[in-house]
Every structure is written in structure tokens, then in C-alpha cells.
Design a protein around this ligand. Structure first.
Ligand code: ADP
Ligand code: MG
Length: 357
């Protein structure tokens, strides 16, 4: 059974290709009307999972349910899901209208209803003025929107998108992100969006599932994934972070007491439970401030800095040789310590986390 409000339920799905296991028992609930993102490096199993939901791949074990109905034995064309692929493969000799209409007629829509539906979806993706053009007469971003209109036209209950923005250049990609999110809101259906781009995931998603090597590592809203990563993989993959070797003295009720390099003690939230001994602390570079040596949680020697426009990145080395980076906002009054200076570093307690591994 699937609970109300769940659009797609992925239940302990295993997928093997011969000796390669692409998915190791993945479980996820994707909510109705949610912009849900599968994020992870190339080869982690994102496309395999999307294709399994679409029905293009049989699963080796497990179940996929759409609004409570088991999909595993349903062929792709019977599933109320549709996919936008990385290569959108529009028919070059057909107009925008014909490209979008084609699938509807094949599904048995009558022409009059199909024409009305095509007009509506072209309006939704703001292509009404381009309806008569051929794909070759459109920009990359417009072609992408035709592919989106085509996938939305048959009113799928869930839309799957496999790296749909990766063919666009950076500027366009950034503009299309917001459009895509707005279209998802307007249609009110769940979008399952695949990307390896963490910035794309952070800016567009209601929730993100971070994957690596066929496993889901963490699921949560963007802020939680960024600010409260559970393990080293997630902390490192999402944004920039400093991973410090620490000695864990105690973990109680989600709070850890650790010894930092240099042996000062420090308390912070913990993703790890019941750990003692060596551990890893994640601290985001923008959540560290500099102070006098005696007042710091850490003592560091400055090795240099990088000018980044809005920020300066300060590079430092700790007593145990670990290197860290610190982001300091670039205000006119920013006085940067120089290479060779010994400084103190303060970690914001709620911004540092003891990781699970
Ligand atoms: P992603 O989309 O995250 O880059 P994929 O889902 O495409 O990753 O691939 C996951 C793993 O499964 C990879 O190791 C890939 O080589 C393997 N794989 C994918 N499709 C096949 C296939 N048809 N045959 C064999 N191995 C495959
Ligand atoms: Mg892929």
C-alpha cells in the first residue's frame, strides 16, 4: 500500500545488469505535486532508476507503485508517466504543433481534442507564437520547451526528466531552471528530475535524493542536504566543505562532543550515533570566522588566498597539517591576513556537523 499524497513509491528496487548491480535496494517516496530530484555523479544509477519507473527497464527485485498501483508488470505505454530525455529528438520535418500532436494522435485522441490540448500546452511553455516553426528554426531552449510540451500533452500523472538541461549552454540553463520549476507548479504534477549538477538540484527541487553507487545516501529539502549532510559523500558532493579529522568523546541526543585538531573541545550536532574515537566533522567554508589566535576553536597558519569577486577564499593549514578553506565576504573593509600569519578560527556550532562516516 502507498499512503495518500504519494505519487510514486519505489520499494527496495534492485537492478542488475549481469554482474553489475546498478541499484542496490533503493526505496523512495515521491510526493504528489513535488519537484523531486535524483542527484549524483555519473554512473550512480539515476537513469536506471528513471527508466525503471518509466517501464523501459525491468527491475530485478522490488516494486514500483504509482498512486498505490503496482507498475512492475505494466508496459511503458500503459503507465501514466512520460519522459523528457537529454536528447529531445524532435521530428525535424514537422512543425512544433505537429511534433506535440503526434503522440496524442497515436494514443488515439481525436483530432479536435488533440488540437485544443496542443494549443494549451504550447501556451503553458510559452511557445504559442512558434507553433508553425520547424525545430531547426528554434533556439536550443525553445526546442527543449517543445520536448517538454510534447511530454506534458497526454496529461501524465508524473513527468520524468533525464538531464533535460544538459544540452543547453550555462546562461540558458540558468534561465530555463526557473521556467521549468514554474511549469511544474502550474501543472500540479510530480516531476522527477535527474541531474549530476548540484547547483541545479539545490535551486529547483522541493526535495533531493543524493545517490552514489546505486544507493540513496540522503533524502531531504535542499537546505537540509546542504546544511545537515549525513555522511562524507553527501557533505563533499554538495557544495564545498572542510572535512576535519576529530576525536569523538561522546554523542548524546544528536549532539557530539569532539576534540578538534589542536585539542580544543567543541560541541556540535551529530549525524553519527554512538560513535567514539576517530570521526569527521564537516564545516562549510562560509560558516567560519577568523579571530585572534588565543580565542579560536582552531589555530591555523595562513598559506594564501584566492580572490573570487564577491568573496575571498582564505587557505590555511592546521597544526596537524590539514588544510582548510574559509570564505570571507568581500567588503571594502575586509582586511585579509597574509601568508604566514597565525590566526584563530571560530566555527559556528550549528554549522559544523559530525558525520556518520
Ligand atoms: P547515471 O544515469 O547515474 O549516470 P546509469 O543509471 O546510466 O547511471 O548507470 C548505472 C550503472 O549501471 C553504471 O555502472 C552503468 O555502467 C550500468 N549500466 C547502465 N545501463 C546498463 C546496461 N544496459 N548494461 C550494463 N550496464 C549498464
Ligand atoms: Mg544518466
Amino acid at each position: 500500500m502507498t499512503s495518500p499524497g504519494i505519487a510514486v513509491s519505489v520499494d527496495r528496487v534492485v537492478k542488475r545488469y549481469g554482474s553489475v548491480t546498478a541499484l542496490h535496494g533503493v526505496s523512495l517516496d515521491i510526493r504528489e505535486n513535488e519537484f523531486f530530484t535524483l542527484l549524483g555523479p555519473s554512473g550512480c544509477g539515476k537513469t536506471t532508476l528513471l527508466r525503471a519507473i518509466a517501464g523501459f527497464e525491468d527491475v530485478t527485485e522490488g516494486h514500483i507503485r504509482l498512486k498505490g498501483k503496482d507498475l512492475v508488470d505494466q508496459p511503458p505505454f500503459k503507465r501514466p508517466v512520460n519522459t523528457v530525455f537529454q536528447q529531445y529528438a524532435l521530428f525535424p520535418h514537422m512543425s512544433v504543433t505537429e511534433n506535440v500532436m503526434f503522440g496524442l494522435l497515436r494514443k488515439g485522441w481525436n483530432r479536435q481534442e488533440a488540437e485544443r490540448r496542443v494549443r494549451d500546452v504550447l501556451e503553458l511553455v510559452q511557445l504559442s507564437d512558434f507553433a508553425a516553426r520547424k525545430p531547426g528554426q528554434l533556439s536550443g531552449g525553445q526546442q527543449q520547451r517543445v520536448a517538454l510540451a510534447r511530454a506534458l500533452a497526454p496529461r501524465p500523472e508524473v513527468l520524468l526528466l533525464d538531464e533535460p538541461l544538459s544540452a543547453l549552454d550555462l546562461k540558458l540553463r540558468q534561465a530555463v531552471r526557473m521556467e521549468l520549476k514554474a511549469i511544474q507548479r502550474e501543472t500540479g504534477i510530480a516531476f522527477i528530475f535527474v541531474t549530476h549538477d548540484q547547483e541545479e538540484a539545490l535551486t529547483m527541487s522541493d526535495r533531493i535524493a543524493v545517490m552514489s553507487s546505486g544507493h540513496v545516501q540522503q533524502v531531504g529539502p535542499p537546505r537540509e542536504i546542504y546544511e545537515a549532510p549525513i555522511n562524507r559523500f553527501v557533505a563533499d558532493f554538495i557544495g564545498e566543505t572542510n572535512l576535519l579529522d576529530v576525536t569523538v568523546e561522546a554523542v548524546n541526543n544528536g549532539m557530539a562532543k569532539v576534540l578538534l585538531p589542536g585539542n580544543r573541545s567543541f560541541e556540535c550536532p551529530a549525524a553519527a550515533v554512538d560513535a567514539r574515537g576517530p570521526g569527521h566533522l564537516s564545516v562549510r567554508p562560509e560558516r567560519i570566522s577568523i579571530c585572534a589566535e588565543a580565542a579560536g576553536d582552531l589555530i591555523a597558519t595562513v598559506t594564501g588566498h584566492t580572490y573570487l569577486g564577491t568573496d575571498n577564499q582564505l587557505h590555511v593549514k592546521l597544526v596537524d597539517g590539514e588544510v582548510m578553506s574559509i570564505r570571507l565576504q568581500n567588503t571594502e573593509s575586509t582586511l585579509l591576513p597574509k601568508a604566514g600569519d597565525v590566526i584563530g578560527l571560530n566555527l559556528e556550532a550549528d554549522a559544523a556537523r559530525l558525520l556518520a562516516d
